[in-house]
Design a protein around this ligand. Structure first.
Ligand code: BGC
Length: 480
């Protein structure tokens, strides 16, 4: 027993040594800390979040089947820089050193997602052993470095074969998703205790089935309504499967959420803000906590609710141990006479005169106050037991100077957002963790590789990783 402990400690120590050799601590002064790690509490989790399609590459290797993102990037012209995730960060081959990097930066948690078609090439039926093995390696690498692996079962890369059957618009997905959940929980449940069902149903339903901007590129109200309801059902059904299959599981899911303010206090704009809030936030959260669809917010929501078989409402509800909260910006609502969708739209920051340094490469306004307000808003839900911020971060233009990336804007983004999280927490909102988006620059969906969200810079030609100043800032904050 003693010998085993000694060996384990030796492996851990040498991995850390390796990580520190690869990524030495910089001697640049990083001394702006408006708070200390300990202010957030002893049990507060600090993590980095990633997603399979955005980092793994190896799109057709070792038996993996195609996903909707392989098809979408290869067959449409909808990716801004015409790129794809065929190689991405080549995490499939670099996972050991990338995970060592997470440890070297002093985080506790590595959040990643399973590529469904790597494990089940056609989404159902035959299992690909090499796919299962890959995630064993990822999980084992985390455990040997004393990092907690937090998988998300689904982060947008549906197997193409299931899309051919209608994807999220087909009610059968509730069974397909259940089968996949059963497989991964049985396979990894002994080693993994923290689980998230899915990543932001709001994004893949709206961008994938209504706006046509993301895979599978559909533009259809009917498909959108169905995708929304089926993804909500999968959250409830899959949450129950995790709880029954994994002893002592900490079960969560993630929702994208943004604070919505009216342009001014005119009644019509206030109403527009309520509608956008329902469209972005409540449509996905309320059914999960047992409140049903937000029918008070307008016809669209009534239509979605009317289509739902009454026996579904009970299944939608699940008492998650935590809600994964993902926030990037805020929305400013104004009423709009012409549909689409809800007679309301968002006034972009440029049009409101927001200074350019407060707008990210995604065109999103930097709004730490919006972050605080959405945390407070979610804090009014007694059904939410605990929250973990499972994604927050920003894309800014990065320049490499002699191997250094002085990303001051990103550091100040994190300082301000974290200060606001702390304020909400000190006022009683139950927030138990913060995961940054994201570890390293990666494939940013329809935007391609231009927006860089990482705290680690990736040179995509050489796959070289370089820690940005923001990464060093976290290393020092979390190393206290
Ligand atoms: C998604 C990530 C994405 C990030 C920035 C989140 O909604 O979960 O996959 O990269 O936003 O756009």
């Amino acid at each position: 027993m003693k010998r085993r402990k000694f060996l384990n400690n030796t492996v851990k120590a040498s991995s850390l040594f390796l990580a520190n050799q690869l990524y030495p601590f910089s001697n640049i002064p990083i001394n702006e800390f408006p708070f200390k790690k300990s202010d957030f509490g002893k049990n507060f989790k600090w993590g980095v979040a990633t997603a399979s399609y955005q980092i793994e590459g190896a799109w057709n290797v070792d038996g993996k089947g195609p996903s909707i993102w392989d098809t979408f990037t290869h067959n449409t012209k909808k990716i801004k820089d015409k790129s794809n995730g065929d190689v991405a960060c080549d995490f499939y081959n670099n996972y050991a050193s990338d995970i060592a990097l997470v440890k070297a930066l002093n985080f506790d948690v590595f959040r990643f997602s399973f590529s469904w078609s790597r494990i089940l090439p056609t989404g159902i039926g035959d299992i690909n052993q090499k796919g299962l093995d890959f995630y064993h390696k990822v999980i084992d690498r985390c455990l040997e470095l004393d990092l907690e692996p937090w998988p998300t079962i689904y982060h947008w890369d549906l197997p193409q074969h299931l899309q051919d059957k209608g994807g999220w618009a087909n009610r059968d997905i509730i069974n397909w998703f259940g089968e996949f959940t059963n497989i991964v929980t049985r396979e990894y449940g002994d080693k993994v205790k923290n689980w998230m069902v899915m990543n932001e149903a709001a994004s893949f339903c709206a961008a994938g089935y209504l706006g046509g901007l993301h895979a599978p590129g559909k533009i259809s109200y009917k498909k959108f309504y169905d995708a929304v309801h089926h993804s909500n059902m999968c959250n409830g059904v899959s949450g129950r499967i995790i709880r029954s299959e994994v002893a002592n599981a900490n079960v969560g899911t993630t929702i994208s959420c943004s604070y919505v303010e009216p342009k001014n206090q005119k009644k019509k704009h206030v109403r527009a803000a309520q509608k956008i809030d329902a469209f972005l936030n409540r449509l996905y959260l309320d059914p999960l906590v047992g409140r049903g669809y937000p029918t008070d917010a307008g016809k669209l929501f009534e239509k979605i609710s009317d289509r739902v078989p009454s026996e579904d409402f009970q299944k939608l509800k699940f008492d998650f141990d935590f809600m994964g909260v993902q926030n990037y910006s805020r929305f400013i609502a104004r009423s709009f006479i012409v549909p689409p969708v809800i007679h309301a739209f968002h006034v972009p920051p440029k049009k409101r005169g927001v200074p350019p340094d407060q707008i990210t490469e995604m065109g999103w306004e930097v709004s730490p106050d919006g972050f605080y307000k959405i945390l407070k808003q979610l804090g009014t839900y007694p059904e939410i037991k605990r929250m973990i911020v499972t994604e927050n971060g920003a894309a800014f233009k990065d320049t490499v100077n002699n191997g250094k990336i002085h990303d001051k804007q990103r550091i100040s983004f994190f300082q301000n957002y974290l200060s606001n999280l702390l304020k909400a927490k000190q006022e009683g909102v139950k927030i138990d963790g913060y995961f940054i988006w994201t570890l390293m620059d990666n494939f940013e969906w329809a935007e391609g590789y231009r927006p860089r969200f990482g705290i680690v810079y990736v040179d995509f030609k050489t796959q070289k990783r370089m820690i940005k100043d923001s990464g060093l800032w976290f290393q020092e904050l979390l190393g206290e």
